[in-house]
Write a new protein. Structure first.
Length: 698
């Protein structure tokens, strides 16, 4: 797949475009404004299947031909959607069995988008048909640079419990287990009288009398992700066959529980993401940094593309705050800092009807006078100056494990020690601690590869396989630092508790055994001592028995666990293995991960102000250091560097970098100037008094 790359001049800039929602007179105005705003790439026609195939087998492509030609005349390239996310009403009425069912057995009605069951053979056949017609018609058009398959798989329908899906689930299980006896064993059906004698007796886990077999539940999660992946591949195969040189993507939804994006990314040529950080959340940029870390990591660090973000407000939250002036620019620069080769939005022109008429767009209801258009235009000009960063890669020395099996297993309803240990929150909390220590964090699978990293953090690996345990142990043996979070190493791939209990296959690496889990009641907390300082745990704690060569780093001070180890570390080969058995408070977590990072030889940058993020991309010759002020107030940084700001074209003067609220600089210099390290808070305003300066210590 290496050869199929997105060919565009400069960074991608533009948005979703729905010309079929507008009279044609508006189109030439659109193109004039796109050119004025520096737009070079638009996505269409994502939801237009009923316009392209108004009746079975009768196509109307004239309008699409016209708009693609018009765009290309203006030099605007196209991310061409296969338009398969919205099957037309006629198809659904002809084949009502393609409508999805929910877990209660209710058939979901036509009336929104994604009116399909992922497993439906009829739907798959029609999808393949449309993709082929689109590929044959537009595959050689010079404007078309990328295939955009469907839209946000799983956004509305990620799981389907209909009879068609049930039959597909059975086939999937037969492939996986071969015989019904093997399935009975894997699912542990001897518990609660679940034995099966016939594949046909198995159903997806619909609403039942009580807690559902967790192994059945987990396999249904896996199956459902695979069912959508299969549907995706139906189109990918057609597109690769007809247009072997054009890259294919489908737009992801950041850290999305329902789909295993490691598998999806392997099936596509370019990773693209839709990101909607909430302007009402002052810390949403931290979550965004993790989402983007995942996106660049899905294909081993290759550039990806932010395909959707909101120019200002969205329309699907309960309360939809607009972005403040400058915030959309900063969010775009953050995505680019993290490896996106462009910044696209949803959508170009604000709708006048439909569920998204209050969703912001580059061109608001006030047309070119709207604030979003003004800001979009100046961003378009700036992005042209950032063209040199294209293709460069983000530098990260620490990586965080994201594992969908564990995520799914940990969300099994009603059969866990506590339902409060939320997998995603756990991952986000650990990431935030690393972020606040100044680290740019990649994402890895628990089975590796870990090349190039000094530290691997595992916020939770509830389900652990031998391959994963071996990879983590090998990383530590060869000098890496591994930090593992609570309730890890608990079950195997079929939800069976590992022999001898947790942390199972990680027991030797970590040198601890969990005797019992001690989840913490809501609103309760347990006192801890972490590196001499007071700290606390909420949600989760564990009774640990530790081996002789294990050093307790923190201990519980309260309750039944008083005096027992809470955080441990031990040498393993050339490296270290840490275990954090509780959900410790953010300050304590930062301190523990900071110490582990010190051991790993990483440079914690605690001295930066909280609002400032520094991310480095490098092309091997030049470094590009993005300095981003996510706060609304101005900040001043010392910049002992000799560099040029690509955004302004000016050199840094007098060792000072002033950033307004939501301001940014993109500094560039040859690689051997250790640029990022020169950026710090001037002493007068810094927190460097209270925390040791890692640089000064060397
Ligand atoms: C995305 C979707 C777009 C649009 C957008 C609005 O999830 O892909 O089509 O609906 O949300 O924020
Ligand atoms: Zn179905």
């Amino acid at each position: 797949m290496g050869g199929r790359t997105l060919r565009l001049k400069g960074l991608a800039y533009g948005g979703d475009y729905n010309p079929d929602q507008w009279p044609e007179e508006v189109w030439s105005e659109d193109i004039r404004l796109m050119s004025a705003a520096g737009v070079n790439f638009v996505t269409l026609p994502v939801f237009s299947w009923p316009r392209l195939e108004p009746r079975p087998g009768q196509y109307d492509f004239d309008w699409l031909d016209r708009i693609i030609d018009m765009l290309w005349e203006a030099g605007i390239a196209v991310d061409l959607a296969t338009a398969t996310a919205t099957p037309p009403a006629w198809l659904v009425r002809e084949h009502p069995e393609m409508l999805p069912w929910n877990a209660d057995g209710v058939r979901l009605e036509f009336g929104s988008r994604q009116a399909y069951c992922p497993s439906s053979p009829v739907f798959r056949e029609h999808v393949a048909g449309l993709a082929r017609v689109m590929a044959e018609r537009y595959g050689t058009h010079p404007a078309v640079r990328l295939w955009h398959v469907s839209n946000e798989y799983g956004d509305h329908v990620a799981r389907c419990w209909c009879p068609v899906s049930a039959a597909h689930f059975r086939r999937w299980l037969q492939d996986r287990y071969g015989s019904i006896d093997v399935l009975n064993d894997a699912w542990g059906t001897s518990c609660w009288g679940q034995n099966y004698i016939d594949w046909g007796h198995i159903e997806p886990p619909r609403t039942s009398m009580g807690p559902i077999n967790p192994a059945q539940q987990l396999d249904f999660e896996r199956f459902s992700s695979d069912a959508l992946l299969e549907l995706f591949k139906v189109e990918v195969d057609v597109l690769h066959e007809v247009t072997p040189d054009l890259p294919v993507t489908t737009n992801f939804m950041s850290m999305f529980r329902e789909l295993d994006y490691w598998d999806f990314a392997a099936a596509e040529d370019l990773v693209t993401d839709d990101a909607y950080p909430d302007p009402a959340d002052r810390r949403s940029h931290i979550g965004a940094a993790l989402n983007y870390g995942l996106m660049r990591s899905l294909k081993g660090g290759a550039p990806w593309l932010l395909l959707e973000q909101a120019p200002s407000a969205v329309s699907w939250r309960d309360v939809n705050l607009p972005k403040a002036p400058g915030q959309m620019r900063l969010g775009s620069l953050q995505a680019i800092a993290h490896g996106s080769d462009g910044a696209m939005v949803f959508q170009w022109r604000q709708a006048r009807f439909g569920p998204e008429k209050f969703h912001s767009a580059m061109v608001g209801h006030r047309g070119e006078r709207s604030r979003t258009f003004q800001e979009a235009s100046s961003l378009g000009a700036e992005l042209q100056r950032l063209a040199p960063v294209k293709g460069s890669r983000v530098r990260a020395e620490v990586a965080l494990v994201v594992d969908w099996d564990s995520w799914w297993g940990l969300s099994a309803p009603d059969s866990l020690p506590s339902l409060r240990l939320d997998w995603a929150r756990q991952a986000r909390t650990w990431h935030a601690a690393l972020y606040e220590l100044g680290h740019t964090v990649d994402v890895v699978q628990a089975s590796g590869p870990f090349d190039g990293y000094r530290m691997i953090v595992v916020p939770n690996l509830y389900l652990t396989t031998p391959e994963q345990a071996e990879a983590l142990a090998a990383f530590a043996s060869s000098g890496g630092v591994v930090v593992v979070g609570p309730f890890s190493g608990v079950v195997d791939a079929t939800e069976k508790v590992h022999d001898g209990g947790a942390p199972g296959l990680l027991r030797e690496l970590l040198g601890v055994e969990v005797d019992e889990w001690w989840p913490i009641s809501d609103d309760d907390r347990i006192a801890l001592a972490v590196e001499g300082g007071p700290a606390s745990a909420t949600v989760w704690s564990e009774w640990l028995e530790v081996a002789d060569d294990v050093e307790p780093v923190a201990e519980y001070l309260d309750g039944v666990l008083e005096g027992r180890a809470a955080v441990t570390r031990r040498r393993h080969g050339e490296g270290r293995a840490w275990y954090i058995s509780a959900c410790i408070d953010p300050v304590a977590l930062k301190s523990v991960l900071g110490t582990a990072a010190d051991e790993a030889g990483l440079k914690n940058r605690r001295e930066l102000p909280e609002s400032v993020e520094v991310v480095t991309r490098s092309d091997g010759d030049a470094d590009f250091v993005f300095v981003l002020n996510h706060g609304s107030s101005p900040t001043t940084l010392a910049a002992q560097v000799d560099a040029v700001d690509l955004l302004t074209g000016t050199s840094i003067r007098d060792g000072v970098l002033d950033l307004p609220g939501f301001g940014a600089a993109v500094l560039t210099a040859p690689v051997d100037v250790a640029l990022a390290r020169g950026i710090r808070t001037p002493l007068s305003t810094s927190s460097a008094h209270t925390e040791p300066d890692q640089e000064a210590r060397r």
